[in-house]
Write a protein that binds this ligand. Structure first.
Ligand code: ZN
Ligand code: ZN
Ligand code: ZN
Length: 374
């Protein structure tokens, strides 16, 4: 993680850690082991410069105050963060065994939830120190932990969305034809930063046939008149994520290009209209997918309809067939159907939405009509 983060209060972090410990207990876990990364940032506000071979681990158990195991040389920075989140520190010096230190904080046996991004090096050593323990992926056992945003988080998510929208309003004014995808992508990244993002995660510029590959980032291809161009960009602003897609056309589009764009726009609207408290995540996917399938392009919509977003730009829960968890007010996720015609072009339209008490609200509000650029 890089960049600055809005400081929540020590109370906010304490509430989050208590909730995590409670939910872990309810899920039959003996505790949670949180590695540097988004879980640690969300729970404590502490973002060490990078995960390293030296163990840093937040230990959350139901019957004990939270403890951050931290290398002695990181302890001063950690103490500063701990001051903001009322964390106890347990530092260890090089030459000592941090896994034995961690094991002392844990029951000798049981199942622990561990951050998905914890290093295998650390997990294997913990298994060695606690041979009767077992481990589960945190996002598998507590996928909803960070999903429901409080009012302050929603404000930050809304601001991140508005900043991404401002970047789109600017990029649609620049010339596309005759420039490389990478040049437009660089413009997009600069715009995201200008509008307050401290971290740019992706700036996809996929022109012409490249647009038919949803994983295309940006390459040397020179954008031509007549190209559809998929733009998909986002990152973190004040620690919270943005992620939006719009598909523009260089010069006047053909009737077929308009039809496909209209289809994706209608599917995106249908997905949005399905968002309300109590609906299942998969209902959003089904609603968007049905529109595209009915038009005969079902086999050209080759990814899930959406993903959660918060202190990262992609996280659970996913809007996908089989995800039956109900939507809850405060959840934030993308609705981003697409149609991809191999060798020709692609269209994707994406908004971040949040679940409200009686429906949904979009955090991206630029036009979803096809924009013609130069
Ligand atoms: Zn065209
Ligand atoms: Zn996106
Ligand atoms: Zn997305």
């Amino acid at each position: 993680m890089t960049g600055t983060h809005v400081s929540f209060s020590a109370d906010d972090y304490r509430v989050r850690m208590e909730r995590a410990a409670r939910e872990a207990h309810a899920a039959g876990l003996a505790g949670l082991l949180i590695a540097p990364g988004p879980d640690l940032v969300w729970l404590t506000g502490y973002a060490p410069p990078a995960a390293t071979e030296r163990l840093t681990l937040l230990v959350l158990t139901p019957d004990r105050e939270p403890v951050l195991v931290v290398p002695a040389l990181e302890a001063p920075d950690a103490a500063e963060a701990a001051g903001a989140s009322a964390l106890a520190l347990r530092d260890w010096t090089d030459g000592k065994d941090p896994y034995a230190t961690t094991a002392e904080l844990l029951p000798g046996s049981g199942r622990f939830g561990i951050s998905d991004n914890a290093w295998a090096l650390h997990l294997l050593a913990l298994q060695g120190a606690l041979p009767d323990s077992s481990y589960a992926s945190l996002t598998e056992v507590l996928p909803m932990l960070r999903a429901v945003k409080d009012a302050a988080e929603l404000e930050l998510m809304t601001a991140a969305g508005a900043a991404a929208d401002a970047a789109f309003e600017q990029i649609r004014q620049v010339a596309f034809g005759g420039r490389r995808e990478t040049e437009v992508a660089a413009d997009l990244a600069a715009l995201l930063r200008r509008f307050g993002h401290e971290q740019v995660d992706f700036t996809i510029v996929a022109s012409g046939p490249n647009g038919a590959n949803p994983h295309h980032e940006a390459g040397d291809r020179v954008i031509e008149r007549g190209d559809m161009v998929v733009l998909d960009f986002g990152g973190l602003k004040d620690g919270y994520g943005s992620d939006t897609s719009r598909t523009v056309h260089v010069g006047e589009p053909t009737d077929e290009e308009r039809r496909v764009h209209d289809l994706v726009r209608t599917a995106q609207q249908a997905g949005y209209d399905a968002v309300r408290p109590g609906a299942a995540c998969q209902d959003v996917d089904r609603a968007a997918r049905a529109v595209i399938a009915d038009a005969g392009h079902g086999d050209r919509f080759i990814h899930r309809t959406g993903h959660g977003i918060g202190v990262t730009t992609h996280e659970p829960p996913y809007m996908i067939e089989g995800e039956e968890r109900p939507l809850v007010p405060g959840m934030c996720f993308s609705v981003e159907p697409g149609v991809y015609l191999p060798g020709r072009f692609g269209v994707r339209i994406e908004d971040i939405v949040t679940v409200t008490q009686d429906g949904a609200r979009r955090l991206n509000n630029t036009t979803r009509e096809m924009v013609v650029v130069d």
